[in-house]
Design a protein around this ligand. Structure first.
Ligand code: C2E
Ligand code: MG
Ligand code: MG
Ligand code: MG
Length: 275
């Protein structure tokens, strides 16, 4: 709100802003319906083991199949879902979807797969203990919890109140793995890395984008990898698009890579072919 204010504190209401807020209202109405009409789909982006080349991980990424607008990016509707309390329901839907799909894959391919699921900071702030429900869902499906990686951002750990801590510890105590998403973009505090049981750091794609042999990002990434390995964590690089980036990451000992170089996020059917 404040950033929309002019120099004198007046709020300049531009036509484009009005349009934008109308779009958001419309989107909200449609989001409510989308949940009822089951218009969401989960895509899977392969995560490659840089040392062996094997694929046994994927990140689950939600999309919205809008009846008139086509596939809508989560970047466009997750913030609205968060703002209006719909994220809990959507988050739960994604988790159930992933587990159901996983059950199929596990029956078809006996390999050890791991699927990572993004969990919104707001899901941690809720009073209900969704972790228990998720663990029960896994148990009923006959899937070991260590097949699931929970992706959270640094803020979740830094701002964790008692309720959020309970959930984080419940995940860890029950062998679900935790990854820090978009690592390096949020905060400079690193103390949380040893306070919680974390398995993976995901280096944000903004660092990987500009990766060249002489770049500062190379130095940064190298330092992150050393730090992570010293603490016993594995590193996943996001947004790997070129062979040069892959080669540099491999040379630095990065463990896993994810990005368009290997594959865009795929529908469940497409990912099955990939397997
Ligand atoms: P994220 O978790 O950091 O996911 C990585 C994003 O990078 C994905 O965007 C992915 O498609 C994109 N990406 C992957 N490889 C490349 C590449 O080589 N180059 C570029 N430029 N981009 C690449 P996507 O699918 O649009 O998702 C955006 C964000 O929406 C995610 O960022 C995540 O924060 C959020 N999100 C997605 N699914 C869910 C969900 O089920 N729940 C919640 N709470 N958030 C979700
Ligand atoms: Mg993620
Ligand atoms: Mg990420
Ligand atoms: Mg990211």
């Amino acid at each position: 709100a404040a950033k929309n204010k002019g120099r004198n504190g007046f709020c300049f209401f531009m036509p484009s802003m009005q349009e934008a807020s109308q779009n958001r209202m419309l989107m909200l109405t449609h989001l409510h319906l989308a949940i009822q009409r089951q218009e969401f789909v989960v895509f899977y982006q392969p995560i490659i083991d840089l040392q062996s080349g094997a694929i046994y991980k994927a990140e689950a990424l939600i999309r919205w199949q809008h009846p008139s607008q086509g596939l809508v990016s989560p970047a466009d509707f997750i913030p609205i879902a968060e703002e209006h309390g719909l994220i809990h329901e959507i988050g739960q839907w994604v988790f159930h979807q992933v587990v159901d799909q996983f059950k199929d894959w596990q029956a078809q391919y006996q390999t050890h797969l791991q699927i990572s699921v993004n969990v919104s900071p707001l899901q941690f702030q809720g009073l209900d203990n969704f972790v228990e429900e998720w663990l029960l869902y896994l148990q009923t499906a006959g899937i070991a919890p260590d097949n699931i990686i929970i992706e959270i951002t640094e803020g979740v750990l830094l701002e964790a109140n008692t309720k959020a801590m309970e959930k984080l510890f419940a995940f860890a105590d029950n062998d679900m793995q935790i990854a820090i998403d978009d690592f390096g973009t949020g905060y400079s505090s690193l103390s949380y890395l040893t306070k919680f049981d974390i398995h993976f750091l995901k280096i944000d794609k903004s660092f990987v984008n500009n990766l060249t042999p002489e770049s500062n990002d190379l130095t940064l990434i190298k330092a992150i990898i050393i730090l992570a390995h010293q603490l016993g964590l594995k590193v996943i690089a996001e947004g790997v698009e070129t062979e040069l980036q892959r080669d540099l990451l491999q040379q630095m000992g990065c463990d896993f890579a994810q990005g368009y170089l290997y594959s865009k996020p795929l529908s469940a059917a497409e990912f099955t072919h990939f397997l």
